[in-house]
Design a protein around this ligand. Structure first.
Ligand SMILES: [Mg+2]
Length: 188
């Protein structure tokens, strides 16, 4: 369940949203083609510049949204919150990322491209109060700058603990609780 203040409109807060394996199931595309264990992140089985190659970029474009992500971000956007997408994808992926978000119906928002390890600094600078992030290193750092970090569960982040980190299994769980909460408020 998201903190109550995020579910009350009109919202004026900023939320940060990572893309790969937070809203886009890139891992499913990787597993379809490569022998990767998902226990260590980034995957040692793939070369460091893999996502700058044609193969890597094609894989990013083909990824499907994680179920429920479009709906939850849509609710937060309609409540008035501002969404800032932050990704460590290569600059080469700018166009395909913008097209991917629009094609799958994600709410509009700025897209910030930055190297791994810089999200904490940017989140603090942008005044972000809630962040969705799967990367163990980024999530651990972000909780120092952001009020809440919601972390979609993957094998490689199972040991990440933090006072402000909440691990969740599926966007569908958040969606169901959010729908429930909105309906309850409408009855009131
Ligand atoms: Mg990610």
């Amino acid at each position: 369940m998201l903190p109550r203040k995020w579910m009350e409109g009109p919202g004026r807060m900023r939320l940060g949203v990572d893309i790969c394996n937070t809203i886009a199931n890139v891992n499913a595309e990787i597993l379809r083609r490569y022998d990767v264990s998902l226990e260590v992140y980034p995957f040692p089985e793939l070369p460091p510049d893999f996502f700058s190659t044609t193969e890597g970029l094609t894989l990013l474009a083909r990824a499907k949204p994680l179920p429920g992500a479009v709906e939850v971000l849509g609710i937060l956007s309609r409540l008035g919150h501002e969404i800032v997408y932050m990704t460590s994808r290569p600059i080469l992926a700018i166009d395909l990322t913008r097209e991917w978000l629009a094609a799958h119906g994600f709410p509009r928002g700025s897209i910030v491209f930055l190297p791994r390890g810089y999200k904490k600094v940017f989140a603090a600078h942008y005044g972000i109060g809630l962040f969705f992030e799967d990367d163990p290193i980024e999530a651990a750092e972000l909780q120092e700058a952001v009020g809440q970090v919601y972390m979609p569960a993957w094998p490689y982040n199972k040991n990440v603990k933090g006072r402000y980190i909440k691990r969740f299994n599926s966007w569908k769980d958040i969606q169901n609780l959010s729908d429930c909460h909105l309906r309850y408020r409408m009855v009131l």
